[in-house]
Design a protein around this ligand. Structure first.
Ligand code: NAD
Ligand code: TYD
Length: 349
């Protein structure tokens, strides 16, 4: 039985990953190690909390002693590092937190795993560390071309630069110690449990509350959207069969402009929930500083080497996602109470 240490498992992708893994594999243990920042929410994991193969530990990936205790107490085979500060707008306002968690935290976690797994000149067998990274480390594309694993790192925001810095430290642990590891770089995810500071859940929530829909700049920036469960599947496949030391890009050629996303959400809610929700709610606002224009992943390597392919088309995934938020209004009410109101006021009002 493999034991996974999933860091940041109470966040959006981490919690989806834990659900995905328990559905997919019968014989695994998962330890969810999460600091529970504003973005971490144990409600996301209610249905697994009594599973005897699941354990939650509240902890910071910057906490060397606590991590050492976790590795000493449990025989960890795999580490999947989701723990991060993940929102570009927040990184523009407070870059230091991003460097602390995303860079220092990653190195602290890598080191804890290395110290536990090292054996003689090499590593104990069956161990692997996976760093969940982002396509944003490659910077911004013009009209043509895609990010491949060979595209040079050219990050722009404090968020993406902290993720790129972490990636370089992960690479250093392979180049220097030959630690068994992979890096995955995925495009924008969407789906259940995403905190409503990110575009899709924010727009859904604002439509349902008839609030204005803020669109940065001209609304023509492009993101390459992937349904979160397709990302989880890719991580599982890279963990099992990815060549050690390699980077894998993950994306499904679902490029859409921001305005297209917003109009798609308005149209579904208008037709199915509330006909008074329409495009008059759209408000073009000041552009994000340093706003990357276009992201687009070339997923050829993970497709040909590992046989991964995305199962959910954007047009289906977005409907599933809107329906999830409609069916889980309590979840949205919980995460938007308290601090969220202050964040929203500072950002948008
Ligand atoms: P999220 O913000 O929803 O969740 C982050 C989680 O990490 C939270 O549960 C939080 O409590 C936890 N955390 C934060 N700081 C921590 C610390 N110091 N120690 C322990 N836990 C801590 O983020 P997400 O959208 O789920 O993203 C997860 C990972 O995937 C991140 O590394 C992100 O860079 C990467 N990624 C995200 C996307 C996306 O579209 N969301 C795309 C590609 C890659
Ligand atoms: P976001 O979900 O924050 O993801 P990322 O910046 O990591 O790609 O934003 C997605 C796109 O939507 C990005 O181009 C910024 C834009 N955006 C808006 O236009 N309005 C908003 O209120 C938000 C949160 C994002």
């Amino acid at each position: 039985m493999k034991t996974y240490l999933v860091t940041g498992g109470a966040g959006f992708i981490g919690s989806n990953f834990i659900h995905y893994m328990f559905k997919k594999h019968e014989n695994i243990k998962i330890i969810n190690y999460d600091k529970l920042t504003y973005a971490g929410n144990l409600e996301n994991l209610k249905s697994v909390e009594n599973n005897s193969n699941y354990l939650f530990i509240q902890g910071d990936i910057c906490d060397k002693d606590k991590l050492q205790q976790v590795f000493e107490k449990h025989d960890i085979d795999y580490v999947v590092n989701f723990a991060a500060e993940s929102h570009v707008d927040r990184s523009i306002r407070e870059p230091e937190t991003f460097v602390k968690t995303n860079v220092l935290g990653t190195v602290t976690l890598l080191n804890a795993a290395k110290n536990d797994w090292i054996l003689g000149d090499g590593f104990k067998s069956g161990k692997k560390y996976l760093q969940v990274s982002t396509d944003e480390v490659y910077g911004s594309l013009g009209k043509d071309g895609y990010f491949t694993e060979k595209t040079p790192l050219d990050s722009h925001s404090p968020y993406s630069s902290s993720k790129a810095s972490a990636d370089l430290m992960v690479k250093a642990y392979y180049d220097t110690y030959k630690m068994p590891l992979n890096i995955t770089r995925c495009s924008n995810n969407y789906g259940a449990y995403q905190f409503p500071e990110k575009l899709i859940p924010l727009i859904i929530n604002n439509c349902l509350n008839k609030r204005e829909l803020p669109i940065y700049g001209d609304g023509l920036n492009i993101r390459d959207w992937l349904y979160v469960e397709d990302h989880c599947k890719a991580i599982d496949m890279v963990m099992e069969n990815g060549k050690v030391g390699q980077v894998y890009n993950i994306g499904g050629h679902n490029e859409r402009t921001n305005i297209h996303i917003v109009k798609t959400i308005i149209s579904y809610i208008h037709d199915n929930v509330d006909s008074s929700v329409d495009e008059s709610l759209i408000r073009y606002v000041e552009d994000r500083k340093g706003h990357d224009r276009r992201y687009g992943i070339d997923p050829e390597k993970i497709k040909t080497e590992l046989g991964w392919y995305p199962e959910t088309r954007f047009e289906d995934g977005i409907i599933k996602t809107i329906k999830w938020y409609l069916d889980n209004k309590d979840w949205m009410e919980n995460v938007t109470s308290g601090d969220y109101q202050n964040y929203y006021k500072k950002m948008y009002l």
